[in-house]
Design a protein around this ligand. Sequence first.
Ligand code: A2P
Length: 330
Amino acid sequence: MAPSVQLSNGMQMPLLGLGCWQADDGKDVAVAVEAALLAGYRHIDTAYFYANEADVGRGIKAAIATGKVSRSDIFVTTKLPPIGMRPERVEKYLRKSLKALDLDYIDLYLVHHPVGFEEVDENDNMPLENPGTDKEKVKFDFSTDLIGIWKKMESMVELGLAKTIGISNFNPRQMRKIMAIAKIPPTVNQVECHVYFQQKELREACKQHNIAVTAYGPLGSPGRKLFYEKQGKTIELPDLLRNPVVRLVSDKHKRSAAQVLLRFITQEGIIVIPKSTNESRIKQNGDIFSFELDEVDRQALRSLDQGVAGTIFKFAEIFPGYEEHPECFF
Ligand code: A2P
């Protein structure tokens, strides 16, 4: 059985999932999802915002059709997009996700971001001012009401559309705001987390509120370089996979650097969702429970933490003006 963590509502959530952000990199997302499920993954993470839910759904269907896995074995996460960040839009966007995924329910529905964007039209994931110019900017919705949205998220559980609900990119203050009013508390907070940004403060706050942590970008998101190049931009990214400490631990265990990074996070009790559309890397990332890092390895990897300076996802750069939003999380 795939190792899992018990959520505060008693559900089991597999420690390893397939991340699907940027999975439409010219590869067939459905093929990757099916390959992951047949390789033993039992957790798939997508989002309305990734615009690939239909392909993810096809992959899940194809895996189920082999008879090797059933719907109830699979933990599927999707997320309320920033353009859905108004109480009256929550159910509409969850139903749209379920339709695209061709599922009756979602295991985990997350508020993708504490910051709302304007909903220009329902297909517009990224409502932009001055698109295509150097003044291009996301249109923020400055009226985001996290409490009103959370109350609607709770009704998604009551309607049976989501088994459990959670948050993503929320800081400790925003978590406390939700916990203070929640009838159904968030079970998960999904945040950037990897050896260079180990999220110590946030993990401590999550522990106090019995909220599990899911790490996105656990390999340092090396694919983002290509993502930016396609937009004519170049970015410098730290290379976690070539870090000398990571390489030493990887040589010691005769495992790849990626396996060491993923094993480290899961041994900290954090759920991890590496993205890959490459079948051999999907398998490699899935094979992390057959070895253990010892305390020396773990201390060495813990020492790589740079705190906030180690952040790779710089939202203020991705979305200029982000820090002006009252719910900016950093
Ligand atoms: P690919 O899809 O071609 O495998 P993150 O989950 O941190 O965002 O990282 C995802 C990126 O890391 C993707 O570009 C993915 O490329 C790459 N990747 C995934 N698994 C591995 C691996 N085992 N070794 C090296 N790169 C990997």
